[in-house]
Design a protein around this ligand. Structure first.
Ligand code: M6R
Length: 621
């Protein structure tokens, strides 16, 4: 989604804004722009396409544009095409703004503005806010008052950052839903952004503005007031653990590949952060409000989108098996609009790596109104879901820059398994010995993952060979049963996201209920069939597609020769996997489907880390 950076201080604002926007590129965008105060006038440079276009504009200027105050934006088009005209910042008279989110009543506002004689230049909802501010200032209001009054006319969740030539060297930002974070630059000045990553080079003491906060940044410092009352409020900084080094590719050609390779460490860190190892239950969680919520839950409802939904689905399988507690898994975008029945005793858990996904957040808010307890599972401290749920468990995956979720998925499924073990011990559905065995198996996973990812492993070699053979495939089905089914869905999603291949994930048993009609020689069926209790049934389904001429790629145990013989291409899981419970093979399958998509995307030459049309955190419906 859109990214915002604002800076006022003693450094070159153009440099800070461009570097800051680069940190936000991962969020997805289609145009970019910056606005700088130069001798009390605001100069704007913007362009469709990549940020590099803006850098070029600056390079091409003979005289460097020196400025100590400005705002920048990367736009992910919602209202109006991704053109230079629709790119932010928008200038209306002396008012300049950038915006993230949606103004829901923009049509009414637009009609009123046109009746007043204004002529919007772009197709965006964002630009309209500038006219509102301009009109208020023409009536004599200060910039802050004009922004406050104008904001009260908006419906929807959004944040804006505004400057005016009438009040030079001042930035005013409002957070209303979409995040806005602020740090003090130790060299003097203030940096504002739509997420914490551009701020890390300046300070790790980050202030996450609250919903309904307005920040005023000047060379003297910053002040936060409540949008509605205008009263000053104190907002304490949160100390972020993430370091700027983690934002680096670390020698890998893409962030996505680096993040896939970070997965063993993600498991270890997340376990260390949430498990209290001094208790009888090996899955004991460190005391925190979320533990009480889990203890009281008679039923769970997991709500999520995309990859997080796949993690939640796997969570359902594990939690029900180990604890006997009923679990529903819901797509947030559907759940929120269908008058769902939520029985008393239900704990609603929002699973979201970013903690900002609009639909998931909306469900948690709705549940709060209904007095249903809510829990968040998020990778981002200070995120909206982390702050608005009754309690939160954090995954410790570190910053994920690649748009396609990989290591955060790994961390989410880990938390799901920990919930299963924790609740299983508590519910006594399984013996303590079985729970202890599950834990002993789980702690082997980081080591097994490291071996799996080692250069030279048979798995890696075969993924690369398989991808070479795929060049003319017209579409893919990923199939699996049981714990492999959510992984099949995830494999297909990854391939769609980064390689732009037509791909479907299916429960293997469902193929013959319709999709098998699509199977012919141009289709590839990727079958996930590790040695578990579902393997034989999956192999029968495979026979059905083989009979119809599809190319078959098998992913299974290295010594499963029967399966291997049925397949055209074969990706063996590392033989060391035999030492873990079949119920945990999802952890080992995840990197296989991720790398399969990664190498396919590299083969096709797509933009792996910033795939087209996608955003890292989806802050609009
Ligand atoms: O931040 P979230 O986990 O809530 O995001 C949910 C989805 O938007 C996200 O998983 C999306 O599907 C990713 N692009 C997956 O790679």
């Amino acid at each position: 989604m859109c990214g915002i950076v604002g800076y006022i201080g003693s450094r070159s604002a153009a440099d800070v804004l461009i570097q800051g926007l680069k940190h936000l590129e991962y969020r997805g965008y289609d145009s970019a722009g910056i606005a700088l105060f130069i001798k009390n006038q605001i100069v704007i440079e913007k362009s469709e396409g990549r940020l590099g276009n803006i850098e070029k504009i600056f390079r091409d200027k003979r005289v460097p544009l020196y400025s100590s105050c400005g705002i920048g934006h990367t736009r992910w088009a919602t209202h109006g095409k991704p053109t230079t005209k629709n790119a932010h910042p928008h200038k209306t008279g002396h008012v300049v703004l950038v915006h993230n989110g949606i103004i829901e009543n923009y049509l009414e506002i637009k009609k009123e503005l046109i009746l007043k004689g204004h002529t919007p230049q772009s197709e965006t909802d964002s630009e309209l806010f500038g006219f509102l501010v301009l009109d208020e200032m023409e009536l004599g209001a200060s910039l802050v008052t004009a922004v406050r009054r104008s904001f009260s006319k908006l419906l929807g969740q959004c944040s804006v950052v505004v400057m005016s030539e009438r009040e030079p060297e001042k930035i005013v930002g409002v957070r209303n839903g979409s995040p806005l974070v602020v740090v003090r630059d130790p060299e003097g000045g203030v940096v504002i952004a739509s997420d914490a990553q551009p701020l890390l080079p300046f300070s790790r003491e980050v202030i996450f503005l609250e919903h309904g906060d307005l920040v005023i940044a000047t060379h003297e410092g910053m002040q936060v007031i409540e949008l509605e009352s205008g009263l000053e409020v104190e907002r304490k900084p949160l100390s972020l653990e993430w370091s700027i080094e983690q934002m680096d590719k670390g020698g890998f050609p893409h962030y996505m590949l680096k993040e896939i390779y970070e997965q063993p460490g993600v498991i270890t860190h997340t376990l260390n952060q949430i498990l209290d190892r001094n208790q009888k239950n090996p899955f004991s969680l460190f005391p925190q409000p979320g533990v009480n919520l889990l203890n009281q839950a008679q039923e769970l409802c997991l709500v999520a989108c995309g990859t997080s939904w796949h993690a939640a689905l796997l969570g359902k399988y594990w939690i029900e098996r180990w604890s006997g507690i009923p679990v529903n898994v819901e797509l947030a975008s559907e759940f929120r609009y269908r008058d769902p029945v939520v029985r008393s005793g239900t704990l609603v858990i929002g699973v979201s790596q970013s903690g900002e996904t609009a639909d998931t957040l909306a469900v948690l808010r709705e549940m709060r109104v209904r007095r249903v307890p809510t829990l968040g599972v998020s990778n981002v401290r200070g995120s909206s879901i982390a702050r608005e749920a009754d309690a939160v468990f954090f995954t410790s995956a570190g910053p994920e820059v690649g748009v396609a979720a990989t290591k955060t998925f790994m961390a989410q499924i880990l938390v799901m398994l920990v919930f299963a073990g924790y609740l299983g011990f508590k519910q006594k559905k399984k013996s303590n010995l079985e729970i202890a065995q599950l834990f002993n198996e789980l702690v082997k996973i980081p080591h097994l993952l490291s071996q799996e990812l080692e250069e030279g492993s048979e798995m890696l070699k075969q993924i690369r060979v398989t991808v070479q053979n795929l060049s003319h495939s017209k579409g893919f089905f990923f199939i699996g049963r049981g714990y492999s089914y959510p992984l099949a869905l995830e494999g297909a999603l990854k391939l769609k996201e980064i390689a732009y291949d037509y791909a479907e994930g299916y429960a293997a048993g469902e193929l013959k209920h319709g999709p098998i009609a699509m199977i012919d020689q141009g289709m590839v069926v990727v079958v996930l069939a590790p040695r578990d209790s579902w393997r034989d049934k999956t192999v029968s389904n495979l026979e059905e597609v083989k009979a119809r001429g599809a190319m078959i790629v098998g992913i299974g145990d290295s010594d499963d020769y029967d399966l291997k013989n049925l397949c055209d291409d074969w990706i063996p899981l590392p033989s060391e996997n035999r030492s873990i419970d079949a119920g945990l093979l999802s952890f080992i399958l995840a990197p296989v489907v991720q790398l399969f998509s990664y190498y396919r995307a590299v083969q096709k030459g797509t933009d792996v880390d910033k795939p087209r049309n996608l955003a890292k955190s989806v802050t609009v419906e």
